[in-house]
Design a protein around this ligand. Structure first.
Ligand SMILES: NC(=O)c1ccc[n+]([C@@H]2O[C@H](COP(=O)([O-])OP(=O)(O)OC[C@H]3O[C@@H](n4cnc5c(N)ncnc54)[C@H](OP(=O)(O)O)[C@@H]3O)[C@@H](O)[C@H]2O)c1
Length: 317
């Protein structure tokens, strides 16, 4: 079957490590696994990290990339694939599809049956394929970790990214005042169109916020600390621009801040997120949809840093 996979690692130019071609059909490792016919998938920064060799060893190559998918299961049901798989061999006890198990950028993917979540009919395959990683991460950052119901205002850093646009849309849907920073003027316009207040990185906010959504890291962390109200939660799920920020500990204890790390979310949280999208007509922000035959273009688009929202692959093209 056709697939997009990491054939090697290239830290400087991850696109050079991407291969597209024929890979063997998935073989479910047990009776409790099932093969899903992928209709749509979406790219994450994780896929670029994998091509750089972050989180993958040479012994795991070739590895089909892709964490996110929506498709049809072996019984004909429309499903969303929850990408976190129990993995005893991994020190975390779990892994995300494309780490120890072949990923979703293929015609078919094998997953535990327990990882199938029904796709609401109201959501297209492209919409649904955006939700399992970036949107689930943002949902958990805001709700379970950030306790956003206790906050009135939220700051989202690096707002053009997949997780960040999700956080903006979800925080607005949950009735919060949302501030979002982006380095790019055009992206700031798009953020304002969504209903948030767009700011340049480092700009002073008109108020301190109860929740900060951090995926940028070293470039924005000091601003996150300064923008946090007393008792605020700064929730971190990524560090695209450096993972060793300088942290003013005096501010952390004086303002009684909580700095919370998080990764992905649970299958139950994914079901809650799908229900929220269905019930409140929330739809993911999609940067672009590419036919699977143009998967290299999709990767180049993500790598360019120009994206606003999710980059989607349509597996029927
Ligand atoms: N832990 C998890 O479960 C989990 C899940 C998903 C993602 N992540 C992580 O979260 C991060 C974001 O993922 P994503 O898929 O949303 O990535 P993405 O779509 O590629 O977005 C990254 C965003 O970061 C901002 N950025 C990049 N370099 C920057 C810099 N030097 N200064 C300021 N901002 C910068 C950009 O925002 P602007 O251009 O708007 O400034 C960019 O849009 C990644 O590190 C990823 O590994 C973690």
């Amino acid at each position: 079957m056709r697939a997009a996979y990491a054939s090697k690692f290239d830290d400087d130019n991850p696109l050079a490590a991407l291969a597209v071609g024929d890979r063997p059909e998935p073989v479910p490792p047990g009776d409790d696994w099932v093969t899903v016919e992928v209709r749509a998938s979406s790219l994450n920064h994780h896929d670029l990290w994998s091509l750089r060799g972050v989180g993958l060893g040479a012994g795991q190559l070739p590895m089909i990339l892709g964490c996110d998918a929506a498709g049809i299961d072996d019984r004909g049901n429309e499903v969303v694939v929850y990408p976190v798989v129990p993995t005893p061999a991994d020190p975390r006890g779990m892994s995300i599809l494309s780490e120890h198990h072949q990923g979703t950028f293929a015609e078919r993917v094998a997953v535990p049956r327990a990882n199938l979540v029904p796709k609401p009919a109201e959501l297209s395959f492209a919409d649904a394929a955006c939700l399992p990683t970036a949107w689930l991460t943002a949902y958990r950052m805001l709700t379970t970790k950030g306790r956003v119901d206790e906050a009135e205002a939220v700051l989202v850093q690096g707002a053009g990214g997949g997780v960040a646009t999700a956080a903006v849309v979800l925080a607005l849907a949950l009735g919060k005042r949302v501030y979002a920073t982006s380095r790019d003027a055009a992206k700031r316009d798009r953020i304002a169109e969504l209903g948030a207040t767009a700011l340049e990185p480092g700009a002073r906010l008109p108020e301190r916020v109860g929740v900060v959504i951090e995926t940028v890291g070293a470039a924005t962390f000091d601003h996150s600390l300064k923008s946090a109200a007393a008792g605020a939660r700064i929730v971190v799920s990524g560090a695209t621009a450096g993972h060793e920020p300088k942290v003013n500990l005096r501010r952390v204890f004086a303002m009684q801040l909580e700095i919370l790390g998080t990764s992905m979310g649970s299958a139950a949280e994914l079901a809650d997120l799908l229900a929220l999208c269905r019930d409140r007509s929330v739809r993911p922000v999609i940067d672009s949809v590419h036919g699977f035959s143009a998967v290299e273009q999709a990767f180049a688009r993500l790598h360019s840093g120009a994206v606003f929202g999710k980059v989607v692959l349509d597996h029927t093209r």
